[in-house]
Design a protein around this ligand. Structure first.
Ligand SMILES: CC(C)(COP(=O)(O)OP(=O)(O)OC[C@H]1O[C@@H](n2cnc3c(N)ncnc32)[C@H](O)[C@@H]1OP(=O)(O)O)[C@@H](O)C(=O)NCCC(=O)NCCS
Length: 187
């Protein structure tokens, strides 16, 4: 199977492949060190980092490894975040979810809305059986997104990450196809 990054539309958002014109918006998001306090790598200090990000986004799709999508607000047409499916494993039918939203839109349900669309695509179009997500155990907002989407907290990876010298634990969350298909509605 060959991956082509999709375009997904929700009530407030459009998720579509990352492109060159997204540079300023993505650089702003990934350079916000305070917002990325619980991210698993340091905030960007060099805007040129975007070129690597874009190249890697394309490479991921070409190699069937996953997708990265810009999250665009339907009203303003602004890029307000990005999300990803990483490490797609065709044999295990599993993939890992990630997301990063601009601080100005936090707390409005957009992170959940974007993640929900991407998870739905993973189950229905990518045909995975399991979506996994890890989050720093201090990242309450991320844990809450996963909880709202029906993920199960499966465990804790102790001292999993070291970012700027800070050692942190990670939660591991998992959501299975059958749980997605039979999830209670509305969520
Ligand atoms: C994690 C992140 C994507 C959340 O985005 P968002 O758009 O604010 O998410 P939502 O509004 O959909 O949901 C966040 C939920 O967390 C809750 N929340 C946020 N901070 C909280 C806190 N300190 N304590 C309790 N709940 C909190 C919100 O109230 C909301 O829950 P609710 O809908 O039940 O009220 C955003 O904070 C972000 O991009 N952070 C930086 C990158 C990052 O950490 N990504 C995740 C890596 S695992």
């Amino acid at each position: 199977m060959s991956l082509s990054a999709p375009t997904l539309t929700t009530e407030r958002l459009t998720l579509r492949p990352v492109r060159e014109q997204d540079r300023d918006a993505i650089v702003a998001i990934q350079s916000d060190a305070a917002a990325l306090e619980f991210w698993d790598e340091p905030a960007w200090v060099d805007p040129a980092r975007f070129e690597r990000f874009l190249a890697r986004s394309r490479e991921m799709a070409e190699r069937d490894e996953g997708v990265r999508l810009a999250v665009v607000d339907n009203d303003s047409a602004e890029v307000v975040g990005w999300c990803a499916l990483n490490d797609w494993n065709l044999t295990f039918r599993s993939v890992r979810l990630g997301y990063s939203m601009a601080r100005r839109v936090w707390g409005q349900g957009r992170g959940t809305e974007a993640a929900q669309a991407l998870v739905g695509w993973a189950f229905t179009d990518l045909g995975v059986n399991r979506v996994q997500a890890e989050a720093d155990t201090r990242n309450i907002a991320s844990g809450r997104i996963l909880e709202k989407l029906g993920f199960t907290l499966e465990g804790t990876l102790r001292e999993d990450c070291v970012v700027n010298g800070v050692v942190s634990d990670s939660w591991v969350f998992g959501l299975l196809r059958r749980e997605w298909d039979y999830r209670p509605s509305p969520r």
